[in-house]
Design a protein around this ligand. Structure first.
Ligand code: ATP
Ligand code: MG
Length: 424
């Protein structure tokens, strides 16, 4: 296949995670519905706690993941919608105010102007703004307005949450993908993308918390009244659970990972006392028989720690009474048996497991919390390509390392801001 086979309107979501790199190729079908054409995941390398630590290794596995998805889709792609996460992400509140000329209804241009005013904040040179998320508007003295378009007034004010990332992290991600042979069309906060794939509109309206427990990170996002009120991340995830099992059961990380995924459980008391498992030696021979409950006894405290820390952060926001739709758990760790029960006990809210559900095709692969982020990234790309010409999505960045590198980087960052202004 040559790059000329790239199909018009095709979008690729690329989730470079701590444990796996996942690519989802999708496009809109004749009815305008999102459809998955190719899915692939390969074990990741060169990533620690969601952040690139070895560009070459990330590039290698990125090429492998995208080529695998291309084979399944039967076409080639040029550019990707890339997710970003990690402990370097910060959220800052800001406010913008503009005057509205008299006898005029507030329109889209005014909204864009006021958001731009709110985004004009001083940030350190080593950080970049990736999203500006409007929270609520004030028109003259009328506060708490969700959509001011069409209203009359002389003064428009907006409260926003500004999401910033370490400039080095975003640059290293884009460079790795470029080394892999692909351009980056956009960069999206992973929690935002994931919420797109797994949350229902009514959950966002009633108020909910999306918790994505991955391998090296746990990301969470609070929705209330259809807006994102808070985002947070912890540098802890499933890899810590594997380490605990490896240490506790005196076995290799590889075997500990298998035991965890095949026999793990979040609540020890829910595992029958008599249930036993065989722990294999690295050469595959049966080594010893252990109680399955013992594995859960190792997993439970670590999961409790993760969920307690998230709960603590949510309590601090004071928003908990407004989150009646509860917790939506996703990411690989959400597949742990009885995790809903444990989370319900800790959060004292209803809990469900979030799987991507808004795309047709390849459902047997996609319907798994593991694919939530990559699927969400593809959905964002499709929404963008619906509103703009698809050519704008591909080839947005020029060659990294070229004299235009900084300019290209700025272009992508400013366009990302514009894009999210439209949605939140
Ligand atoms: N069935 C399962 N039971 C328990 N844990 C599981 C299961 N399947 C996968 N996991 C764990 O989920 C984690 C991987 O999840 P995921 O793919 O969401 O992470 P990632 O996106 O690579 O990492 P991060 O988001 O932290 O960068 C691993 O720790 C893996 O062991
Ligand atoms: Mg992840």
């Amino acid at each position: 296949m040559t790059k000329e086979n790239q199909t018009y309107g095709v979008v690729v979501g690329l989730d470079i995670g701590t444990s796996k790199i996942c690519a989802v190729i999708s496009r809109l079908d004749e009815q305008g519905q999102p459809e998955v054409l190719g899915v692939a995941n390969v074990p990741s390398r060169g990533i620690r706690k969601g952040v690139v630590v070895n560009l070459e290794q990330v590039a290698l596995v990125t090429t492998a993941a995208i080529e695998k998805a291309e084979l399944q889709a039967g076409l080639t792609v040029d550019s990707v919608i890339l997710g970003i996460s990690g402990g370097h992400i910060e959220s800052t509140k800001s406010k913008g105010i503009i005057a509205i000329s008299s006898h005029k209804e507030i329109d889209q241009t005014d909204v864009q102007r006021v958001i731009e005013a709110a985004t004009t904040i001083v940030i350190p040179p080593d950080r970049e703004i990736i999203h500006t998320l409007p929270q609520s508007y004030t028109v003259d003295d009328e506060v708490g307005i969700k959509d001011p378009i069409g209203m009359a007034g002389s003064r428009l004010e907006v409260q926003v949450n500004i999401i910033t990332v370490a400039a080095s992290s975003i640059n290293n991600l884009i460079k790795s993908v470029y080394k892999a042979g692909f351009n980056t069309a956009d960069i999206v906060l992973k929690s935002l993308a994931t919420s797109r794939a797994v949350l229902k509109e009514e959950e966002k309206e009633e108020g909910c918390i999306l918790v994505d427990i991955g391998s090296g990170t746990t990301n969470f996002m609070i929705y209330s009244e259809n807006g994102i009120k808070h985002t947070g991340q912890l540098s802890i995830g499933g890899a810590h659970i594997t380490n605990d099992i490896s240490y506790g059961m005196k076995t290799t990380a590889h075997i500990a990972e298998q035991i965890k995924c095949d026999f793990g459980a979040a609540i020890a008391d829910m595992v029958p006392l008599q249930a036993q498992i065989e722990i294999l030696s690295p050469n595959g021979k049966t080594e010893r028989v252990e109680s399955r409950r013992l594995i859960a006894e190792i997993i439970q405290p670590r999961l409790e720690e993760i969920l307690f820390l998230v709960n603590e952060e949510i309590e601090k926001t004071g928003l908990k009474p407004h989150l009646s739709a509860g917790i939506i758990l996703t990411g690989g760790v959400a597949s742990t048996e009885f995790i809903e029960n444990l989370a319900e006990e800790i959060f004292q809210l209803p809990v469900r497991i979030g799987v991507p559900s808004k795309l047709r095709g390849l459902n047997e692969f996609i319907n798994n919390p593991f694919y939530a982020t990559a699927t969400g990234l593809a959905l964002y790309g499709l929404q963008y390509s619906q509103q703009n010409s698809p050519q704008k999505v591909v080839n947005k960045l020029g060659p990294m390392g070229s004299p235009d590198e900084d300019k290209n980087f700025q272009t992508i960052v400013s366009r990302i801001q514009g894009w999210f202004n439209e949605f939140f």
